[in-house]
Design a protein around this ligand. Structure first.
Ligand SMILES: O=C(O)CCC(=O)C(=O)O
Length: 273
């Protein structure tokens, strides 16, 4: 795979990520790319509302309610989505923190809308994708085998529902159950971080980090796009397999990214702080 952007993270960003399990890269995408992704996502929603159809045979919807619209398995749907999941700088970040070449594991675009006034105390759906045991340390730095680049396509101010995380929880193993971690964190708001960033900023995080959608207290839509990556010998998440006839139309580097065809020909990519 072509990787021209290493090291992709500054030492401060890599240290922040190691300590907190996430880092926000402000304005990672250009305003033009952000605008195209936003327009594409709204267009897909409005076409769905009109026709009830999926935009491509290999894509699907995880949710189609008014307050949560989510379309999945993106590269087949629109060139703007393919451009996002193959973004060279974001891919370099992914490889840097996986510690080697990656394949696309999942991709999804979401539109979240306000759900009305809070009824009761704040409650987040904190979760992590896989067992936090799939981590390892090299050059003293934490690496994980499933990471995400989540880019907000709308500006996020406090209360706009930016992704919410329990900072540092990527290093807490599953010997501590989820509810104990969440209830301990909820007792001290300093442990709960909410992403506040301009449109086009990317939240890079280890999937071992406890994370959740934020709560929208404003009257604004929150639109975002996510790509998940894992080492080349891993599989996609269920339902995110690439469409073979589409993949055949792509250049080799993108084919390998979508199919994981390098498998155990895994190229290590390690950095020091
Ligand atoms: O909506 C968000 O900000 C979080 C998305 C999420 O929970 C996930 O990627 O697993």
């Amino acid at each position: 795979m072509t990787q021209e952007c290493t090291p992709a993270l500054t030492p401060a960003q890599r240290l922040y990520l190691d300590i907190n399990g996430y880092v926000v890269i402000e304005n990672a995408l250009s305003a033009d790319q952000t605008g195209r992704l936003l327009e594409t996502t709204y267009r897909i929603e409005s076409e769905f509302r009109r026709t009830g159809e999926t935009p491509s045979p290999s894509s699907h919807y995880s949710s189609t309610t008014e307050t949560y619209f989510r379309v999945d398995n993106l590269p087949h749907i629109d060139p703007a989505y393919l451009e996002y999941v193959t973004h060279p700088r974001l891919l370099s970040m992914a490889e840097e923190i996986v510690g080697g070449t990656v394949r696309l594991e999942q991709s999804d675009a979401h539109i979240r809308r306000p759900t009305g006034p809070l009824k009761g105390p704040k409650s987040y759906g904190f979760h992590r994708g896989i067992n936090p045991g799939f981590n390892y340390t090299r050059n003293g730095l934490y690496h994980f085998t499933f990471i995400k680049t989540l880019t907000n396509l709308t500006d996020l101010e406090p209360g706009d529902g930016g992704t919410t995380v329990i900072a540092g929880s990527h290093k807490i193993t599953d010997e501590v159950d989820r509810d104990s971690i969440v209830s301990a964190a909820m007792d001290d708001p300093r442990l709960i971080h909410e992403v506040v960033a301009p449109a086009g900023s990317t939240l890079l995080f280890f999937e071992s980090l406890m994370h959740a959608s934020g709560i929208i207290e404003s009257d604004k839509d929150r639109v975002l796009i996510i790509a998940g990556y894992c080492p080349t010998m891993f599989q996609t998440w269920n339902g995110y397999e690439p469409d073979e006839s589409f993949v055949r139309t792509l250049p080799e580097e993108h084919r390998a990214l979508l199919t994981g065809s390098s498998k155990y020909g895994w190229e290590r990519k390690l950095r020091s702080l």
